[in-house]
Ligand binder design. Structure first.
Ligand code: AHG
Ligand code: MN
Ligand code: MN
Ligand code: MN
Length: 343
């Protein structure tokens, strides 16, 4: 051990620059935007790790448009992400889980060609127990930024199907801090933050999800509320018959952590629709869609059950729209789609 381990690894900043160089027409706007995202994630990571010391656990005493009690770190992460992304001047619209309406970014008004939707802190219920949480983001191209004059214009401009996303990614604050991201049509790469140099190093190039893997991840507390198709699938994996080994159950309760494990180990993560939440719980623009692109680009699949066989095809009807989520190993999602959409 000479302290130089990892020096051969690509940094996230260099990887993003290499991606820019692949496109001769690129002017570096997305590179700058992603550097703002990186900085925001590093600062949020630092706040999360110091939360116990800096009295940042617990409730903020306010609520959000989702009807949730906001945690102090929800609000801090939201403020940090807005500040460091808006200050790049490369986004004209920002949509956050913690903001009722889209934010039109004044200094980029009418010029910046990107919009970003984000979940500043995913897995808030796990913060105080020091369980993995994270930040999720999706970046879209805005065709005509000069035409965006009102929040209604901004809402319309960002409500694009996930298949239009330019970049999808998350930063997970776990025992290590991982940034996982993918460009539209590209591969999925994972980076680990090396705090000694403040850089994300590429540690998981070309993540590919196993086609089959015997893990299922769902909140079984909602069991009695599920529809027939979800119930059939879960019963099948718990009791496959023919002497086959049942699946293992793993549920962390932070989407970012459950999806990260699913990407690396395979299996299925789901938050189905149920009798209590007709559209499920997870939000399309800044949870389901970015994770769906990551899963698809890693060779998996992502369905919305009865609503749509492919999450990335859903055109949002509102910025905080919720959708049912089934995502993971290709063969399992294919089976779930056959249950919901029999030929
Ligand atoms: P958020 O903390 O951003 O509001 O998201 C929480 C979500 C997601 O992280 C997780 O998969 C799901 O809520 C867990 O919901 P249950 O506690 O109902 O299982
Ligand atoms: Mn929340
Ligand atoms: Mn979330
Ligand atoms: Mn959140």
């Amino acid at each position: 051990m000479n302290g130089l381990e990892g020096i051969e690894k690509t940094t996230l900043s260099r990887f993003i620059l290499d991606e820019q160089r692949k496109n001769p027409a690129a002017q570096g706007d997305l590179t700058l935007l992603l550097s703002g995202v990186q900085t925001a994630c590093k600062i949020i990571e630092s706040c999360v790790r110091r939360a116990g010391i800096a009295q940042l656990y617990g409730l903020a005493g306010s609520g959000n448009v989702q009807g949730e009690d906001q945690k102090k770190l929800d609000i801090l992460a939201n403020d940090v992400f807005k500040e460091h992304v808006a200050s790049t001047g490369k986004v004209c619209i920002m949509v956050s889980e913690e903001e009722d309406e889209p934010i039109i970014v004044d200094n980029a008004f009418g010029t910046a060609k990107y919009a970003i939707a984000f979940d500043p802190l995913d897995g808030s219920s796990n913060i105080d127990a020091n369980v993995s949480i994270g930040t999720i983001f999706s970046i879209f191209r805005i065709p005509n930024p000069a035409e965006i004059k009102t929040a209604a214009d901004a809402t319309k401009a960002i409500m694009q199907p996930g298949s239009e996303m330019v970049v999808a990614g998350y930063c997970m604050f776990g025992s290590a801090t991982n940034m996982v991201l993918t460009f539209n049509g590209g591969k999925v790469h994972g980076f680990t933050l090396d705090n000694t140099i403040g850089e994300f190093l590429m540690t998981h190039p070309n993540i590919s999800i196993p086609k089959d893997c015997h893990i299922y991840s769902v909140n079984e507390g909602n069991l009695i509320l599920w529809d027939e198709q979800t119930t059939t699938y879960i019963n099948k994996v718990k009791n496959p018959g023919d002497g086959k080994k049942p699946y293992s159950a793993r549920y962390i309760g932070s989407m970012v952590a459950d999806v990260h494990r699913t990407l690396l180990y395979g299996g299925v993560f789901m938050y189905p629709a149920d009798k209590k939440t007709a559209n499920g719980k997870l939000r399309l623009l800044y949870e389901a869609a970015p994770m769906a692109m990551l899963l698809e680009n890693a060779g998996g699949a992502a369905s919305s059950g009865a609503l749509n066989k492919r999450i990335l095809d859903i055109v949002p009807s509102s910025i905080h729209q919720r959708v049912p989520v089934f995502m993971g190993s290709y063969n399992d999602i294919n089976y779930i789609n056959e249950l919901y959409h029999p030929k």
